[in-house]
Write a protein that binds this ligand. Structure first.
Ligand code: HEC
Ligand code: HEC
Length: 387
């Protein structure tokens, strides 16, 4: 073979190999599919239904990873072939996909709970526990200028710090109580060590006892407060929500930035660990105000390769499968923050430490694991062999 022919064959062969590989990948994964197109199901067997549901339940393979769209697509497909749906008894094997997806409807009126509008949610909160202490309620920006002295006098604990979250300055206050603890978060964008000027605050109230009786599972109530235009006093607001998605296990550990723009200031505690041990709970929270848990994969063992499910197993702590954003998609930013930015997870019980290079890969792997397990759970009840 002369060199000239060889020079032509090699690139041609390369091209064929590349095209074949691309085709193989596209065919295997179905490429980036559309969730809205309706399959034509008139002549489907039950096995065809199972294959279709297996495909459509892999939300990570679609351009828009929204559970609601998955449910809508399945519903539209079923409506396009009612005779087949009846003949093959498809209702039972699609029930879970439909119930799961539909709870995250984009048209929902509530931002705090998938179950109800915000005004109803706020009305269900215990009024006494949700009240701010008078010293805070009467102050502009919810914080008097002598807030340090007020906190000391009342036995409140606090941390004023630069947070990794959205590069914010934050004041977190812990107000302990007999029946309930109140957690307050004052925050602003950027660097600002004076919390009496922050524009917003959030509140997370943990109810431990009702009518003097200790609850088996503590309850949690969220609120966002803004400051009225005239007197700058705190007033309840419902423009943000989705709180439970990051607070499935209650209040969160605080993690100041590694090289902060101003030093972390603590009150009532000696170090951050001490404050975190007051904030973080080792018990499962009651989430019935937020989700219909019967429609949720409460016990998916997400992150097995990295041991996450040693603790986040659905019994010790909530499964990572409940770490969702408002649309019901996996809260991958929050997981990423814990593993790559804060580097507080995984907690390693007798394991060799993970290297910084591994951390982004671990976060990506956990996301992949989540979508695989979610899909398997969604289609656990097969349509089965055709009658
Ligand atoms: C994207 C995830 C995320 C969402 C959504 C979220 N939080 Fe948080 N929240 C955190 C993290 C992380 C912390 C710990 C603070 C830090 O280190 O900066 C925190 C801290 C808090 C605190 C201080 C007490 C504690 O838990 O440490 C309060 C109060 C709070 N959040 C209330 C809310 C409310 C109310 C909402 C909804 C309006 C909300 N959060 C939504 C992640 C979230
Ligand atoms: C040994 C038990 C243990 C293991 C293993 C573990 N976690 Fe956690 N996780 C905790 C505890 C305790 C907290 C609360 C304290 C904190 O935030 O640091 C927590 C908090 C979290 C949170 C914040 C939400 C929450 O539950 O409060 C996320 C997200 C999280 N872990 C992800 C992971 C991931 C991802 C892995 C695996 C790579 C993992 N965890 C492994 C015990 C564990």
């Amino acid at each position: 073979m002369n060199a000239n022919v060889f020079a032509k064959i090699v690139p041609a062969t390369c091209l064929i190999v590349v095209v074949t590989l691309v085709l193989a990948i596209l065919l295997k994964d179905g490429g980036t599919q559309s969730l809205t197109s309706t399959a034509s199901c008139e002549n489907w067997s039950r096995a065809d239904w199972d294959a279709y549901l297996a495909r459509i339940s892999r939300l990570d393979r679609f351009l828009y990873q929204v559970p609601e769209q998955m449910a809508m697509a399945v519903e539209a497909t079923m409506q396009s072939c009612p005779a087949n749906v009846q003949k093959n008894q498809i209702v039972a094997c699609t029930e879970r996909i439909l119930a799961y997806g539909k709870q995250f409807t984009a048209s929902r009126v509530g931002l705090f709970s998938t179950l109800m509008p915000d005004d109803q949610y706020l009305a269900l909160q215990p009024p006494e526990a949700m009240k701010l202490p008078a010293e805070l309620q009467s102050a502009a920006h919810g914080l008097p200028k002598n807030w340090r002295a007020v906190a000391n006098k009342n036995g409140w604990k606090y941390a004023l710090f630069c947070s990794n979250t959205n590069i914010e300055s934050r004041l977190v206050m812990f107000l302990p109580g007999q029946s309930y603890d109140r957690m307050l978060l004052y925050f602003c964008d950027g660097v600002n060590p004076d919390p009496t000027t922050y524009p917003l605050m959030q509140m997370d109230v943990v109810v431990k006892k009702e009518n003097g009786v200790k609850l088996k599972k503590p309850k949690q109530y969220f609120r966002t407060l803004a400051f009225g235009e005239d007197d700058l006093r705190p007033t309840s607001q419902s423009s943000t929500g989705g709180c439970v998605g990051c607070h499935v296990n209650g209040p969160r550990a605080i993690e100041p930035r590694k090289r902060p723009a101003f030093p972390t200031e603590l009150g009532g505690v000696e170090n951050i660990d001490q404050l975190n041990s007051l904030l973080v709970h080792d018990e499962i929270f009651d989430l019935n105000l937020y989700y219909d848990l019967k429609t949720m994969p409460t016990h998916l063992q997400v992150g097995r390769t990295w041991g996450c499910n040693q603790c986040h197993d659905g019994d010790r702590r909530r499964s990572l499968a409940l770490s969702l954003n408002l649309g019901g998609s996996f809260n991958k930013e929050d997981i990423y923050n814990k593993i790559v930015v804060d580097q507080t997870m995984p907690i390693e019980e007798g394991r060799p430490s993970v290297t910084p290079e591994m951390r982004p890969l671990i976060a990506a792997d956990i996301e992949k694991d989540y979508y695989e397990q979610l899909s398997a759970w969604l289609i656990e009840h097969k349509c089965g062999p055709s009658p």
